[in-house]
Design a protein around this ligand. Structure first.
Ligand code: AHG
Ligand code: MN
Ligand code: MN
Length: 330
């Protein structure tokens, strides 16, 4: 039988997996994602395409939707009473819960709009979030720097032909499809408790950066390309959607390895993806589905974060291939 997200969360609450604040927070995230979905699907009709004319703290030109979705996210969760603070890709520093609202026990970190280069071409985009326990006392950027292993919940919403919310609260991975008619997120029994196949014949990497990669990644990708004539003895297919949400979704659905390695384009940027609101939540989902996620050397979830907007190399997906490319780094 199909149940909706509210019913699913109520069951997790009564089973003692989550508490009331987390339940309220996750319902609020689901609700705000419907508003984002509305903006995204109306595109030009809602006047949300194109650049905002501003840069974020990472020096990236913000799209209008980066800014709009950040506002929707902040306003969608700040009032819940579940948060001591929040941090976003699009905000230089964290935002402690405003005095007007009750302080809660959690922190949320988010990428309000993942895959910004896809917005104006109507390709898949998403929203990613990571929830941790807040420390006591005043909330500052440092309060967010706990290893991904300590996450309480994580997930993403993917806006594509279907709008899908994928969630873990630490007991598996569950996917809910938005029914636009009723506004409900429905858990389809076929998408319950996702498991990633251990083996795969599909990889995803931005090949245009090949000449900038480090030697172990060069070697591994050469082997993938060599297919059944090389040491791996099988052919590989390739995909690149340019939105981590879409790549991770594909890996969760049918396996694969997704890579965004460090490269030598800019020494200040070890990797492109951000640890706190991209790599950590996605690695939590991947591990919960039986996959692996490393930075080439260590499990991503075990890394001790140093900065809120820190970047990290990412290799995630089907265990056998992630273990192989990780072993090449040793
Ligand atoms: P964001 O839009 O939040 O800045 O993230 C984009 C990231 C990630 O989602 C994707 O995997 C990658 O950038 C795409 O990178 P390329 O531009 O190298 O394709
Ligand atoms: Mn992103
Ligand atoms: Mn983003």
């Amino acid at each position: 039988m199909a149940i909706n997200l509210q019913q699913f969360l109520a069951k997790q609450l009564s089973d003692g997996v989550i508490d009331q604040q987390l339940c309220d927070l996750l319902n609020a995230v689901a609700d705000l994602s419907k508003e984002i979905n509305d903006k995204v699907t109306h595109g030009a009709l809602a006047g949300v395409l194109g650049f905002a004319g501003t840069d974020n703290v990472q020096g990236e030109h913000q799209k209008k939707l980066d800014v709009i979705t950040n506002e929707i996210f902040v306003e969608g969760v700040e009032w819940t009473g579940a948060l001591a603070g929040m941090a976003s890709e699009e905000m230089d520093h964290c935002l402690p819960t405003p005095a007007a609202y009750k302080r809660g026990k959690y922190l949320i970190m988010f990428d309000p709009l993942d895959g910004s280069s896809n917005i104006d071409i109507n390709a898949p985009i998403g929203t990613i979030f990571s929830i941790t326990k807040a420390p006591e006392g005043k909330i500052a950027d440092e309060s967010f720097l706990t290893p991904g292993r300590k996450q309480i919940a994580a997930g993403y919403v993917m806006y594509s032909p279907q709008t899908i919310l994928t969630l873990t609260v630490g007991n598996g991975v569950f996917m809910f499809t938005l029914n636009l008619g009723t506004g409900e997120y429905i858990l389809k029994t076929t998408k319950e408790n996702i498991r990633i196949p251990v083996q795969t014949q599909e990889f995803a990497i931005n090949m245009s950066n090949m000449r900038h990669w480090e030697a172990p990644v060069q070697k591994y990708v050469q082997e993938l390309l060599a297919g059944d004539t090389g040491p791996l003895g099988k052919n590989f297919n390739m995909r690149w959607v340019a939105a981590m949400v879409a790549e991770v979704h594909r890996v969760l659905c049918r396996g694969g390895i997704f890579m965004y390695p460090r490269d030598n384009r800019d020494p200040s940027k070890p990797g492109k993806l951000r640890l706190m609101y991209e790599a950590n939540p996605m690695s939590f989902l991947i591990e919960q589905a039986g996959g692996k996620a490393t930075n080439g050397y260590q499990n991503i979830l075990d890394l001790q974060p140093e900065k809120l907007h820190q970047r990290v190399a990412v290799f995630l997906g089907s265990a056998e291939e992630v273990e192989r490319v990780t072993s090449y780094h040793e």
